[in-house]
Ligand binder design. Structure first.
Ligand code: SF4
Length: 273
């Protein structure tokens, strides 16, 4: 039922038209914490500029961060750039769970997503959307290992690609965090929760809660600082002025950005790496 529903209701996302592992990896890293509508133009631009890991590895991290601007969470860009180096050195794209997990910054979700969406393996991709669907469908809170086991057991043999896309689509479009549309859900007949009573997704491993407001957050201030340095190398005092972040907070966030290798400080001047 879920696969049938997805044929007519699944989202038509550009990375679903490719099985190229680099293109899939870039899409998964970008989409982890950013809305897909903001990811699409960046994904297209990224792959046009760096269509292979080797091409990306030949660019500076600063260039990757410049293109990343607007997506947020720039550590992802640093990790992706480090992955490009590792894959280019290996000369072949890893196609096993262990091989993918050995790449810098790649966790279980991304490794499984590349296996399912590029190599079409029957592994379950568990993100906040699919974990929420599973907990509600079963009608109880679940721990991380239980969610992964249940998700793996649910994959129909030979249909890992379509099944995982359908689970993600169901969670993103109908079985949403705040108000599930159970009346339109293709699996309502077997669902234990059906939107009634206490939500079993709350407290289930991997299910995210509503994010803290972006406005005024350190995340927003870090973005402003990186944007200011993207325009010109600046000393610390000018960074605070150009980014509009108060000086004490700016000092603290610049320290963190330098420690994370997202900024480089030479002779008192800050640069993109
Ligand atoms: S019936 Fe409702 S709660 Fe159950 S899976 Fe569908 S949308 Fe989610």
């Amino acid at each position: 039922m879920l696969l049938g529903w997805a044929e007519g209701h699944g989202r038509d996302l550009p990375w679903r038209h490719t099985r190229d592992p680099w293109a899939v990896l870039v899409s998964e890293v970008m989409a982890q914490q950013t809305q897909v509508q903001r990811v699409i133009p960046k994904w297209l631009a990224f792959l046009e500029r760096w269509p292979t890991p080797a091409a990306c590895a030949s660019a500076s991290l600063g260039d990757v961060l410049r293109l990343w601007e607007g997506l947020g969470y720039p550590r992802r860009a640093r990790n992706l750039h480090a992955c490009a180096h590792a894959i280019a050195e290996q000369a072949t794209f890893p196609d096993t769970l262990d091989g993918l997990l050995a790449l810098p910054g790649i966790g279980a979700y991304t490794a499984r997503a590349v296996l399912a969406f590029s190599f079409e393996r029957d592994v379950a991709v568990v993100d906040t959307n699919s974990a929420r669907v599973l907990a509600r469908w079963r009608g109880r809170r679940m721990g991380a290992a239980e969610v992964q086991l249940a998700a793996d057991a649910a994959v129909p043999p030979g249909q890992g690609w379509a099944w995982n896309q359908a689970m993600l689509d169901l969670g993103a479009t109908l079985c949403t965090l705040r108000s599930p549309s159970c009346d339109r859900c293709p699996v309502v007949g077997g669902c234990a929760f059906r939107g009634e009573g206490e939500d079993p997704a709350r407290g289930t491993a991997g299910v995210s809660v509503a994010q803290a407001p972006f406005a005024g957050s350190d995340r927003q201030a870090r973005g402003s600082i990186l944007r200011a340095v993207t325009r010109f190398p600046l000393d610390r005092r000018r960074v605070a002025v150009e980014s509009g972040v108060d000086e004490q907070r700016s000092q603290r966030l610049v320290d963190a950005l330098v420690a994370e290798r997202l900024l480089v400080e030479r002779d008192g001047v800050l640069y993109l790496p």
